[in-house]
Design a protein around this ligand. Structure first.
Ligand code: MRU
Length: 358
């Protein structure tokens, strides 16, 4: 194992084109790494949620294609372009809601088409350029997350009346969900770096328990003062514990700011509005889908009933009951009262309570 720490979800050796991911289905009990050798392996890891979180899905998906491309025997630039476009199309079918992989696929297919047209670019150089474009995603993501963390933490601090912040977060947005540092969890990390973090509450995040299994694990690893709550405890927590801000991630933000994120986010935002707690979304700009005018057309993934009815292979639901298992919900822009934190800065609602990103 090279360069692997406990919390490194994606380990990639550029020279050897060797990719491993931390199997998130085994956490927090086992630290097990899986080899990703091609597009199919990456697709399976994303589909089965061995790797999850919008930025990590995009990076692992694209790296899987890059690795396969690196050894593919292709005899012309046309053949390379068709091969690459088909693999990128395929990888986007693993999960529908997080836009990052769809955006990356669109950008990379256009990049490949440009190289195809460029007569000064050889077959070998076209291959190398596409692969290296994908490889930059790892570094860019960490840099963007650090900027998100800084912008978000400073905005939250500016609202505090002295004292340190008590933050509520939902799902998992940390090192495991990204190439490193995290988005919403990056904001929390930066608050701690500023000495302005009192405590983090993380929700269990039923039914997949990303909060209880993954965020709780990350908080412990980072020695951040964290407390786990059930999703159903959010309103009482806001009433009793004087939460200073809610910070969550995003899978897709529509052009007006409506935000798809892990199921349960919407009800937390409603409760935050009622209790006058600022509600922030933290996400890279690549999570903003400017092609959608609002959140109504964001595709929502429905996951199998068994993810709701079983925990660790043990059925907890009465046998025979039917289940409804949407994996994401859409929080209207009007409820995102704190702002949408990106690497470009913190976007705020306009007076009509929606966002303008350009
Ligand atoms: O189904 P998941 O675990 O992939 O959902 C993850 C989330 O909803 C995260 O909050 C989101 O992707 C942001 S990750 C930085």
């Amino acid at each position: 194992m090279e360069n692997v720490t406990n919390l490194q979800s994606i380990s990639y050796n550029q020279e050897k084109k060797f990719l491993q991911i931390l199997d998130q289905l085994e956490l927090p009990h086992k630290t097990k790494y899986l080899d990703i050798k091609d597009t199919k392996d990456a697709w399976t890891a994303v589909k089965t949620m061995q790797v999850r979180g919008a930025p990590a899905i995009a990076i692992v998906g694209c790296l899987g294609v890059a690795i396969e491309l690196s050894t593919a025997k292709l005899s012309s630039k046309e053949e390379l372009h068709t091969f690459f476009a088909e693999k990128m199309e395929y990888i986007t079918t693993a999960r529908p809601t997080a836009v990052n992989i769809h955006g990356a696929a669109k950008f990379l297919k256009e990049y490949s088409a440009k190289l195809l047209e460029d007569t000064s670019c050889s077959l070998t150089s076209m291959k190398e350029k596409i692969i290296s474009q994908i490889e930059t995603m790892l570094e860019t993501d960490v840099d963007d997350n650090k900027r998100i963390g800084k912008f978000g933490a400073e905005d939250i601090v500016s609202r505090l009346n002295g004292g340190n912040a008590k933050i509520l977060t939902h799902c998992n947005t940390g090192e495991l969900a990204t190439a490193g540092y995290g988005t919403a969890l990056g904001v929390i990390r930066h608050l701690r770096e500023l000495g302005k973090l009192e405590k983090v509450y993380c929700t269990e995040t039923r039914p997949y328990n990303q909060g209880a299994r993954l965020t709780a694990y990350e908080l412990l690893q980072e020695k951040i003062d964290g407390t786990l709550i059930c999703d159903s405890m959010v309103s009482l927590l806001m009433k009793m514990k004087k939460i200073d801000a809610v910070v969550v991630g995003a899978d897709r933000v529509a052009g007006n700011g409506d935000t798809a994120n892990k199921i349960g986010t919407y009800q937390i935002a409603i409760s935050a509005k009622y209790h006058n707690v600022p509600f922030y979304v933290a996400a890279p700009f690549s999570s903003i889908d400017l092609s959608l005018s609002n959140g109504d057309s964001i595709p929502i993934e429905f996951r199998p009933d068994d993810e709701l009815a079983y925990i660790n292979g043990i059925r907890i639901a009465a046998p025979g009951i039917s289940c409804w298992n949407p994996s994401f919900d859409v929080t209207p822009a009007a409820l995102i009262t704190g702002g949408i934190i990106t690497e470009k800065g913190v976007f705020k609602q306009n007076t009509d309570e929606y966002f303008v990103f350009e």
